[in-house]
Ligand binder design. Structure first.
Ligand code: NDP
Ligand code: GDR
Length: 345
């Protein structure tokens, strides 16, 4: 049987790098779209560059001529749309661009699939940010959406157009509604990596304190490497469907901070309220966490807690990594390395 061919947008990102490794292990031919940048942006996949069956192509989700050509020339069996302006707070600053990449980028890919070969299977990186304002917990495939950012609003369009192309043109197209997932390769401006990196730096004496925004928001944090398996599983079924991917547990940002400092044997003591709250090193009395209002968002998502029952019952998938294990893995990595290169196994 000939090799399956996957095309991944967002291959240079956290999830793209793990998914590429996962598919190469399954003997796929893996193609990825890489944006031209003025500096190297392939750190997370540099260790894959010499692998047989691994190919990179310049491209951009905003460029329909490029995307159409890639779909025609590569003729993939599966497309994973992970490319996005994925930072929620940044989306308030670049709302139109976020809509272009995250929303219109999705229809550009789907339309290219429809035109070239509607038999191509399509995975859309949907998100728990769609739930936004808390209407129900735990959040499942049937919980109503209420986006709270330009990012979430753009992803809402992508979610529905994926469903629509499934219903209108019988394209095998799935939404993975993934809750937050982290790893040593997480981008450094997301809160978990920002915390674990700062903890490592503070421990080594290279940084005095960590500046954060809202400590009270709650997230259902899993491990990215566990989650990419679900992206693949969704595309291997008889019929296309949408799935929540989550751990079923939720923690505050404050708890994440405490767990991370615990890893280097620092206990945090909290004093003050709201923006005046500070975290102190219990032993030395030094300030190690400060609140900076610039990290607060115009509208926040207060509580995310996923219900992964459907993933378990229909695909036999469960999240394997606890938050404690995840924090330990990330802090240990940051104590050892300064970059988020690919070799964190
Ligand atoms: P990252 O931010 O790490 O990676 C995003 C990827 O998209 C990068 O490869 C980036 O390229 C690429 N990209 C950005 N803009 C464009 C564009 N215009 N054209 C083509 N590619 C582009 O995100 P993650 O890996 O964390 O997330 C993957 C996907 O899953 C995203 O769509 C995200 O919104 C979604 N998601 C993520 C969750 C999470 O917790 N991680 C949860 C739910 C959904 P470059 O390297 O050049 O910037
Ligand atoms: P999120 O992740 O917005 O959930 O989106 P992020 O890590 O950015 O924020 C999580 C929570 O932490 C609070 N927070 C801070 N966030 C950042 N980035 N920086 C800070 O200094 C800080 N202080 C507190 C935030 O307010 C928020 O409540 C991620 C992205 O990967 C999306 O692409 C994805 O869709 C969702 O997860 C699911």
């Amino acid at each position: 049987m000939s090799k399956k061919i996957a095309l991944i947008s967002g291959i240079t990102g956290q999830d793209g790098s793990y998914l590429a490794e996962f598919l190469l292990e399954k003997d796929y031919e893996v193609h990825g779209i890489v944006r031209r940048a003025s500096v190297f942006n392939t750190q997370r996949i540099d260790h894959l560059l010499d692998r047989n069956g691994f190919f990179l192509h310049h491209g951009d989700l905003c460029d329909s001529s490029n995307v159409g050509r890639l779909i025609r020339e590569i003729s993939p069996s599966e497309v994973y749309n992970l490319g996005a302006q994925s930072h929620v707070q940044v989306s308030f600053e670049v709302p139109e661009y976020t809509a272009q990449v995250d929303g219109i980028g999705t229809i550009i890919l789907l339309d290219a699939i429809k035109a070239h070969n509607p038999k191509i299977k399509f995975y859309q990186a949907s998100t728990s940010e769609l739930y936004g304002k808390v209407l129900e917990t735990p959040q499942s495939e049937t919980t109503p959406f209420y986006p709270r950012s330009p990012y979430a609003a753009a992803k809402l369009y992508a979610y529905w157009i994926t469903k629509n192309y499934r219903e209108a043109y019988d394209i095998y197209a799935c939404n993975g509604i993934l809750f937050n997932h982290e790893s040593p390769r997480r981008g450094e401006t997301f809160v978990t990596k920002k915390i674990t990196k700062a903890v490592a730096n503070i421990y080594k004496g290279n940084q005095k304190f960590l500046s954060l925004g809202n400590l009270d928001s709650k997230r259902d944090w899993g491990y990215a490497k566990d989650y990419v398996e679900m992206m693949w599983l969704m595309l291997q079924q008889e019929t296309a469907d949408d799935f929540v991917v989550a751990t079923g547990k939720t923690y505050t940002v404050r708890q994440f901070v405490e767990y991370a400092f615990d890893e280097v044997n620092i206990s945090v003591e909290w004093k003050g309220i709201g923006v005046d709250e500070k975290g102190y090193n219990k032993e030395t009395g030094e300030i190690i966490v400060e609140i900076n209002p610039k990290y607060f968002r115009p509208t926040e998502v207060d509580l995310l807690l996923g219900d992964p029952t459907k993933a378990k019952e229909k695909l036999g998938w469960v999240s394997k990594t606890s938050l404690e294990e995840l924090v330990k893995m990330m802090v240990r990595y940051d104590l050892k390395y300064d970059t988020y290169g690919g070799n964190d196994k």
